[in-house]
Design a binder for this molecule. Structure first.
Ligand SMILES: Cc1ncc(COP(=O)(O)O)c(C=O)c1O
Length: 503
């Protein structure tokens, strides 16, 4: 970044303690130009940072500066010291984990949100932040084709959304945990949470956080296509009820992390209905008539429902109690932005609303105060970037991009299937492909070593970044397409590098 003159120094300007307005504009222009160039040509940087552990820390002073420094110097250090340690999630060759995008409208939304620096804790502390959040999430609900009785609430991540959903489940069970806690209570049954063996670890973390206990998360086995087996869920719940435990919640996933498999939500909801008819209420010791809460984790896969012909991926979700989808995963919204939908918002409120005198407000009409729906008080104005993304792309534009990602994934899977010694190891319902190099007659152990080496070589290239997982004990590679700038040539490059690495 080129230097801005004296006029732009932090100490300059009209006696302002902050950067002078003129300097802000000049630096701002330069930064926006830099970002524009970065977005136009992200491939100029290696996608996976090439630094060693400690390299970046070693380049940074151990103590803060005593006196303010010029932004020129700070920005120069950003380029020389920080940028080399960036793994570029906004790179079209990023195929690891779940690939994400900060689209241009989303970046602009972040910029505005920072400038406004709104804390959307109460309606009063920024009416637009509250009302826009409710509206943007209702738009997102409509885009996903969900029923109109969902209430949306933005959190930072799906992990927090799922934890809040489990807290709501506990509140709905009427166990008086909010007031009395859980420790030392002889009247409280063991609470159980069920999810598939392929569910995200955030389910386990939510249970740990809420004092449910990790061993009370039941990982139900999946079928040959990595989907939770409802028959085994039914058996697990029946066995727990027979032992006097309380089936608190079931978490089904639409787009599991490893393979993006889709749990049979409708059948799972059916199992829960059966439990409601015959289950926990039949055990008088539990003193609760609640049925298990059904939470759907659609953090990644849920977004695909914006494509009209893919709506079916959310089949049965309207039967659930809560649902999470992350616009920051596959809806081109800069991280962080997770949308939690609940059918009964009053339960979330019952779990979390606590209003000390200094936060009491009186408005001319009833209002929503977003602090009532979770743990945090202060909250960022995340709805702004989501609203800008939805408006800038429109329903058709969003669908078109997601459709294209899914088509690219099918193309890649086709190349793998057609190649000798390579195999696709899981169905490809979305834009992620699990595959591996598997020449005949090589032991599982050696296949793991070979595929690890292939992955390392490919990732060393700097042009693509893939990750791995294990499925039924077998080490497999994953190629996840989700960046807005990814084109067929990037996927083709990944495939070329993979084959070269295997040769
Ligand atoms: C299915 C699923 N659920 C939840 C999460 C957690 O998402 P977050 O990082 O927003 O907490 C992930 C992350 O990849 C995921 O794949």
């Amino acid at each position: 970044m080129t230097e801005v003159g004296e006029r732009g120094s932090a100490a300059g300007g009209r006696g302002s303690a902050d950067l002078a307005p003129e300097a802000f504009v000049e630096y701002g222009k330069r930064l926006v130009e830099w970002i524009g160039e970065f977005l136009a040509n992200p491939e100029r940087y290696p996608v996976l940072a090439r630094v060693k552990p400690g390299d970046i820390a070693a380049s940074l002073p151990l103590s803060p500066p005593a006196r303010g420094e010029r932004l020129d110097a700070i920005l120069a250090d950003f380029e020389t010291k920080i940028l080399p340690g960036i793994t570029h999630w906004n790179h079209p060759g990023f195929f690891a984990y779940f690939s994400i995008s900060a689209s241009a409208p989303g970046i602009l939304g972040e910029l505005l949100a920072s400038a406004l620096n709104v804390n959307a804790m109460l309606w009063r502390t920024s009416p637009a932040a509250t009302e826009l959040e409710l509206r943007a999430l209702d738009w997102l609900r409509q885009l996903l084709g969900l029923a109109d009785d969902w209430h949306g609430h933005i959190n930072d991540t799906a992990s927090i959304s799922t934890m809040l959903a489990l807290a709501a489940a506990r509140e709905a069970a009427g166990l008086d945990v909010r007031e009395r806690g859980m420790a030392g209570r002889g009247d409280l049954p063991v609470l159980r949470v069920y999810c598939s063996e392929h569910a995200h670890s955030s389910v386990d973390k939510g249970a740990i956080t809420l004092g449910i206990g990790h061993e009370n998360v039941v990982h139900v086995a999946a079928d040959g296509e990595f989907r939770m087996r409802p028959d085994l869920l039914r058996e697990a719940i029946a066995a727990d009820l027979a032992r006097g435990m309380l089936p608190l919640a079931v978490v089904a996933t639409v787009g599991t992390t490893s393979t993006t498999s889709i749990d049979p939500v409708r059948e799972i909801a059916g199992v829960i209905r059966e439990v409601a008819a015959t289950g926990s209420g039949a055990n008088p010791e539990l003193r609760t008539s609640a049925r298990p809460w059904l939470h759907i984790d659609g953090a990644y896969g849920g977004t695909a429902a914006v494509v009209p012909e893919m709506r079916g991926v959310l089949d049965g979700v309207d039967l659930a109690d809560s649902f999470v989808v992350n616009p920051h995963k596959w809806l081109f919204t800069p991280i962080d932005c997770s949308a939690l939908y609940v059918k009964r918002p009053e339960i979330l409120k019952r779990a979390f609303s606590l209003v000390p005198e200094y936060l009491v407000t009186r408005e001319a009409a009833p209002v929503e105060n977003l602090m009532d729906y979770g743990v945090q008080l202060g909250r960022r104005f995340r709805a702004l970037k989501l609203w800008m993304v939805i408006r800038a792309f429109g329903a058709e534009g969003l669908a078109e991009r997601i459709r294209a990602h899914c088509a690219l994934a099918r193309t890649f899977a086709g190349w793998v299937e057609a190649a000798r010694c390579w195999e696709v190891v899981a169905p490809v319902p979305f834009s992620t492909v699990c595959f591996r190099y598997a020449p005949e007659g090589v032991s599982e152990r050696n296949l793991e070593t070979i595929n690890t080496r292939i992955l390392d070589r490919v990732n060393d290239s700097g042009s693509v970044f893939l990750s791995h997982t294990k499925l039924n004990g077998r080490y497999v590679l994953r190629l996840a397409i989700g960046n807005i700038r990814t084109e067929e040539r990037h996927v083709a490059q990944a495939w070329r590098l993979l084959r070269e690495a295997a040769a």
